[in-house]
Design a binder for this molecule. Sequence first.
Ligand SMILES: Cc1cc2nc3c(=O)[nH]c(=O)nc-3n(C[C@H](O)[C@H](O)[C@H](O)COP(=O)(O)OP(=O)(O)OC[C@H]3O[C@@H](n4cnc5c(N)ncnc54)[C@H](O)[C@@H]3O)c2cc1C
Length: 392
Amino acid sequence: MTIRFTKLTPRRASALAIATTLARGTNSLRVAVLGSGIAGSTAARTLADRGAEVTVFEAGFGIGGRTSTRITRDEFRYQFDHGAQYIGSPKTEAFRNALDGWRSDGSAKEWTGRFRTARGLELEEDETKDRFVGYPAMHSICRNMLHHENIKVKLRSRANASPHEIEGWELAHDRTKEPLGTFDWLIVSDRNSAALHREDLTAANVEEFASKTRHIESVKSLAAMVVFEKPLGLGIDAVQFDGKDPKYGALGWAARDSSKPGRERKMDEKECWVLQSHPEAAMKILRDRTNLDEIREIAKDVLVNDFLNSIPFLIASGNEDIKIPPVVAAIGHRWSAAFPIPSEDFSQRDCQIMASKKFVACGDYFGKLPGRVEGAYLSGVSAANQLLFHEI
Ligand SMILES: Cc1cc2nc3c(=O)[nH]c(=O)nc-3n(C[C@H](O)[C@H](O)[C@H](O)COP(=O)(O)OP(=O)(O)OC[C@H]3O[C@@H](n4cnc5c(N)ncnc54)[C@H](O)[C@@H]3O)c2cc1C
């Protein structure tokens, strides 16, 4: 028997694509989402609730992106919110409703504590109301959103996308090149996907969008996660530093992670802290350094030392005679793109859709609240809604 192959012209391909989608029915629209941060998880959940079949690919080891939780792989399982520290008071009705939903399903709780702001060397009470965190860990919000019968999550899967003749998109694993499936739509939730040293979108034929995102600049940040053998007993739970007094060194933020709901270590009473750098200090440390292991070591050493040296200035009155317990573990981390610097091109809209290519981009670099969990959420909702608008 002879099999005749017919050349697939663009018109035939498009007719075949429509026929394939109709045959599957609208409820089985297949969407690939690159990234399991707040934007990607929100888009995935919004679509899954409307009946789409969603596969979320995450390059990292765990869910959450910059709201992920670092858990050590040793027997101690120390846990740290090393990225986003808390969700502040909602600025929009839509996000207030979402946060209320997360609080009522138990994936977020209020973080009440003793907060201070350091202006120069002076410590002031910080009376800001409304700080919310994922419960029992920061990543719980995204984990909970992705826990849905229509959502599959593939961790450690950095995906590269290319257009498929019939199906819309085909994805392949960045490292192994293993095929990851074909999808009707592609949602990309991280602007770094367009970076020149990466191949996520090299073959995707979205160069105009990609080249614009490459102009977005980022604030970098360094973090250190520290475990004390016993509670420090400072009498405060978090301090925001303005970076003006050299006595606080590189510190921009210090938080007693164990004071957040669900993080207290009742089993061994050890205390976990997260220290983050001031942006200018991070810039100085990162200048001329590219070796990641070296950067992590420096981040750890500098931030832990600066914190230990700051303790005499941070102790709340009445707690002066504390003895600093030994540090039993410390880890350094670099966030190479912690916060996007707002850009005109992206602040006017919450996401970008290219309907003819079945491509949507979202993330915290869009909209009026860049670099915030709320901005990422609004962008994810918008991406899903725009996609549905064009599909239905
Ligand atoms: C140190 C720090 C402190 C912060 N503090 C706060 C705070 O207190 N309050 C606040 O509101 N915000 C804070 N933020 C900002 C907040 O975390 C972000 O605005 C928000 O989490 C961004 O979500 P996102 O989904 O847009 O991006 P991300 O969380 O970055 O998610 C993108 C995900 O996509 C994945 N990815 C990328 N490319 C691919 C690919 N090709 N295949 C598969 N996966 C891919 C990445 O691994 C990543 O997980 C902080 C951020 C940092 C770094």
